[in-house]
Design a binder for this molecule. Structure first.
Ligand SMILES: [Zn+2]
Ligand SMILES: [Zn+2]
Length: 330
């Protein structure tokens, strides 16, 4: 017998089937036109969105237009999910659609309530008076695309560490865990989670609407044309080079896998090369998603989990500390 002692793994460190490697991914099914469309769509759409923000007249470069574009993109993606679904098991049922719509509406409301005041006249003029644009003249002198890339990269880099921290520190994990209970992906799933998490993620988002320079919206365009795919149920023949740079549904489905080890990878939102830089990237995809073997979490539990889980844990801890009281035999 060897001298090693088998350490029992905690119950949440389960293994579950995943597809590893880019060569083993599923392919688009259908005729040549459909296959070509779903092979070239992602790069073509990114170029179109970037070109829009680059060349559009200044009057169109404002957040309200971007919000409408974002909404249009969501509906377009829902159509694509219907034409080329990634997994049949992820397709909408009425119940799923009703729940998702609730979360999307709630997410929009939380953002409005939290970030609404930031948009007020007083705060905007204070910001413009206090913030000396002269100091960032060197930044504004750089090519627009470079500015946009840097803004997007810095934001994603911050989000990468925030997300990684959420997976490694219990008080933050309980805010993020409800999002990991989703058992299938579709365009709306990005909104699912406890409102506290949406707020934490929102910290990385500039809520300073209405006077954003073109570079900031262009940076947002990367998120729109890349980050939106994270939670979608669309089967693409994603080009190899795209996988090297950008986050994809494939990567993010591994992050949501039932398989514990896979959830500890692919933390970035837009730029997967950040994960490659830090050795946390995993290439592949997963169909079986969720926590606790794919247990479905109700909306009610999603709301209170963040607060009740730590409470339960603490209660158990203190219960164990209490001295055993002898129970008299009856
Ligand atoms: Zn996560
Ligand atoms: Zn996710």
């Amino acid at each position: 017998m060897s001298g090693t002692v088998a350490v029992e793994k905690p119950s949440y460190m389960v293994s579950a089937p995943v597809t590893m490697g880019l060569e083993n991914l599923g392919r688009v099914e259908g005729g040549p036109f459909k296959r070509a469309f779903f092979t070239h769509f992602q790069p073509a759409f990114l170029i179109a969105v970037v070109a829009f923000y680059y060349y559009a007249p200044a009057a169109w470069i404002k957040p309200s237009v971007t919000l409408w574009i974002g909404l249009g993109v969501k509906f377009m993606m829902m159509g694509m999910e219907w034409i080329s679904p990634r997994y049949k098991s992820w397709q909408h049922t009425w119940k799923e659609l009703a729940c998702d719509t609730f979360y999307v509406a709630m997410g929009m409301m939380v953002v409005r309530v939290v970030f609404g005041p930031i948009n007020s006249e007083a705060i905007i003029s204070w910001f413009q008076d206090t913030f000396d644009f002269g100091k960032i003249a060197w930044f504004m002198a750089m090519p627009l695309l470079l500015q946009a890339f840097l803004l997007s990269f810095v934001r994603d880099y911050f989000q990468y560490w925030m997300h990684r921290f959420m997976h490694n520190w219990y008080p933050l994990w309980v805010t993020h865990a409800p999002h990991h209970f989703i058992t299938q992906l579709n365009v709306q799933k990005g909104s699912i989670g406890n409102p506290v998490e949406i707020f934490l993620i929102g910290l990385g988002v500039s809520g300073l609407f209405d006077f954003l320079p073109r570079a900031v919206l262009l940076a947002g365009a990367f998120g729109l044309a890349v980050g939106s795919y994270q939670h979608c149920n669309i089967r693409f023949n994603t080009p190899r080079w795209w996988f090297k740079i950008f986050n994809t549904t494939e990567h993010h489905s591994l992050h949501h896998a039932q398989d514990y080890e896979s959830t500890r990878s692919n933390y970035s939102g837009t730029w997967i090369f950040i994960d490659r830089m830090h050795g946390t990237c995993r290439d592949g995809e997963a169909e079986l998603l969720g926590q606790e073997g794919g247990r479905r979490m109700t909306i009610w539990e999603t709301m209170h989990y963040t607060f009740t889980e730590p409470y339960k844990l603490l209660r158990e801890k203190f219960a164990r500390r209490r001295p055993m009281v002898a129970v008299p035999a009856e």
